[in-house]
Write a protein that binds this ligand. Structure first.
Ligand code: DC
Length: 223
């Protein structure tokens, strides 16, 4: 696989481990573009629900990817996947979408489609990309790989605080046990346990890890 010239920071990990918060903070400090790949899978799940697709029918879900009219835009430093010109910001966070998304994310053709889309995000410059398979499958060539985790109790509390009622253990099990691109620690990834850490502390650990591998990134922070 050809290495891209853009710098890509890959942040993977379990649900509610702090990926989004940390990825946004790191992107802001570095001036990089933030990409939430979970939101992309959620958008397809929402579209499937809207199109009345059976979420257990992998073939029908794969066909959706051929049908829908999408476009990626970078708005305020965040990449957004629009369907028919619309970004379903609220809809992708409902309990219905959350329940459907692991099924969508387990379909191999969907993952192939997403991989192309996500790799093409380098058109928006240097990236901080969060997900479950960024370091293992999407940008395996990047030297900046991180894996976040936290204990289940703390992760459940974070979800509750966001007003979301979700069985995290079940979702992690589904994400880790699927046959295509399961959630796992990428080779060479720095593992950070965010339990008991503030977002400032954990994002600093990520920045320190980036600078250890590539001190030249400091220059991007200073300008
Ligand atoms: O991070 P999130 O909760 O928004 O992710 C939604 C779902 O999508 C979750 O079940 C894991 C899956 N996902 C994935 O399989 N691969 C990614 N790169 C991102 C998310």
């Amino acid at each position: 696989m050809k290495a891209s010239k853009a710098i890509v920071i890959a942040i993977d990990g379990t649900s509610a481990s702090g990926k989004s918060t940390n990825a946004k903070l790191v992107a802001k400090r570095l001036g990089f573009t933030y990409v939430d790949t979970g939101a992309m899978y959620r958008t397809l799940a929402w579209y499937g629900i809207k199109s009345r697709i059976d979420m257990h029918d992998g073939k029908a879900i794969a066909q959706l990817c051929r049908k829908w009219k999408t476009k990626c835009l970078c708005i305020d430093g965040h990449v957004r996947l629009l369907v028919d010109g619309y970004y379903p910001e609220k809809e992708i966070r409902t309990a219905q979408t959350s329940a459907a998304v692991p099924h969508v994310a387990a379909v191999p053709k969907v993952r192939d489609w997403m991989k192309q889309l996500q790799r093409d995000c380098v058109q928006f410059g240097n990236l901080v990309m969060e997900g479950r398979d960024i370091g293992t499958h999407i940008f395996p060539e990047t030297e900046h790989k991180f894996y976040l985790d936290a204990n289940l109790e703390e992760r459940s509390k974070r979800r509750e605080a966001d007003g979301i009622d979700e069985d995290l253990a079940k979702r992690d099990q589904r994400d880790s046990q699927r046959s295509t691109a399961p959630l796992m620690v990428a080779l060479g990834a720095k593992v950070i346990n965010t339990s008991g850490l503030t977002p400032d502390q954990s994002s600093q650990q990520i920045i320190d890890g980036i600078l250890e591998r590539d001190p030249q990134v400091q220059a991007l922070m200073d300008c």
